[in-house]
Design a protein around this ligand. Structure first.
Ligand code: KG4
Ligand code: ZN
Length: 366
């Protein structure tokens, strides 16, 4: 079954065709992130306008890749349309949903509404043929799923594709939001995650003596990590960084940016890793699957893998759980994950029944 996925919840305009939820047939994406970098963050009205400008060129590009444009009117190449209906920015969501329902109407195809947050986890079901020698494998159930995006940090237990239970989340800012807000404090560009990661990784490389001297990257707090729950809180971290930056004049801040970025990245990564390991110990899933923009973070990927291996060592076991994290292009917003989610959560509705829901939570269904 070939599903055409549409993703427009924020500042990416993406369309992809995916076969049986696993193989990408064609994919196209445009981003207005550069525009938002100029204003230091997203202005929703501007993001929506960019979605309108980009959506048809992206559709055309996606279809041209497989040369199906000629059969536009009587479209035989696609079996269904899947579209993100929330959560996200209302103006941006509306653009994708309107395209989705128009195509479903015109081509007389089923329309599958997709929850963007769950879709992030489905990036791990896609065989992107880029696994550096590793053979592609689908995650096994039961699984724990961690979504770490710009607006959400949620942990869910997945007994099967359709049996998903919310376990925990952030009490205030999301992990990606913490990266974005703290990047501003450090004078780094939007989106903050990749900017902080770049500065931090360069600094860590240049200061590998930190490792040798066994100095700890512990300048900032790890809120809630000693608490007996699986929740997170990142707003205190932002306040701690603000307090530190207020003490420093702008020139010194520039000089210390790499170090501060490394300290911030480590604090966020530690919080995510420590609570993930705690949850794995309790729920004993077969797979631990991560998705959302922050899962592109190399330090998170390495430290999570390292912690899992160490955990296995302590218990003298083989790796207790298999870790799945998508490659960069499938970690951040993309349409292939929407199409994959539409395949595994196939519940079509009529084109006139779909409605956007900017406040959708990870376990809401239409
Ligand atoms: O999933 P996503 O593309 O969009 C949302 O659904 O929000 O996630 C965007 C978030 C932003 O906060 C961005 O700063 C963060 O993911 N991000 C990263 C990295 N790449 C993107 N955070 C840390 N390290 C990265 N390499
Ligand atoms: Zn997202």
């Amino acid at each position: 079954m070939r599903i055409l996925g549409i993703e427009t919840s924020c500042d990416e305009t993406a369309i992809a065709i995916v076969e049986d939820g696993v193989n990408i047939i064609s994919s196209s994406i445009a981003s207005s992130a550069e525009l938002h970098a100029k204003t230091g963050g997203i202005i929703p009205e501007q993001a929506a306008r960019q979605q309108i400008y980009s959506i048809l060129p992206v559709l055309n590009d996606c279809l041209t890749q497989i040369d199906l444009t000629s059969s536009f009117k009587d479209f035989a190449g696609v079996d269904a349309i899947a579209v993100t209906y929330g959560p996200g920015l209302i103006g941006s969501l509306l653009v994708g949903v309107e395209l989705g329902r128009t195509l479903a109407y015109l081509w007389e195809k089923p329309l599958v509404p997709v929850n963007h947050l769950i879709a992030h986890l489905y990036a791990n079901w896609i065989d992107d043929h880029n696994l550096k020698g590793k053979k592609f494998k689908e995650p096994e159930f039961p699984a724990l799923g961690l979504v770490v995006s710009g607006g959400h940090t949620d942990l869910v237990y997945m007994k099967s594709h359709k049996e998903i239970e919310w376990i925990s989340g952030t009490r205030d800012d999301a992990a990606g939001e913490a990266f974005d807000k703290i990047a501003r404090l450090l004078g780094l560009e939007y989106p903050g995650g990749p900017s902080i990661a770049k500065e931090a990784d360069q600094w860590l490389l240049q200061n590998f003596k930190f490792k040798i001297l066994n100095l700890k990257l512990n300048m900032f707090p790890r809120p809630m990590i000693d608490e007996d729950n699986f929740d997170w809180s990142f707003s205190g971290l932002k306040t701690a960084v603000a307090r530190e930056t207020q003490k420093i004049d702008p020139d010194s801040l520039k000089l210390r940016r790499g170090e501060l970025a490394a300290q911030v990245q480590e604090a966020i990564v530690d919080c995510l890793v420590i609570k993930s390991i705690k949850a794995i110990e309790k729920f004993q899933p077969k797979s631990f699957i991560v998705g959302g923009g922050v899962s592109a973070n190399k330090r998170l990927r390495n430290n999570l893998q390292f912690a899992l291996t160490a955990q296995a060592g302590i218990h003298n076991l083989q790796l207790p759980v298999e870790l799945f994290m998508p490659n960069h292009n499938l970690s951040t917003d993309n349409a292939a994950a929407i199409a994959a989610c539409g395949y595994f959560h196939y519940s079509p509705i009529a084109w006139n029944e779909i409605q956007v829901n900017p406040e959708l939570t990870i376990i809401d269904t239409l």
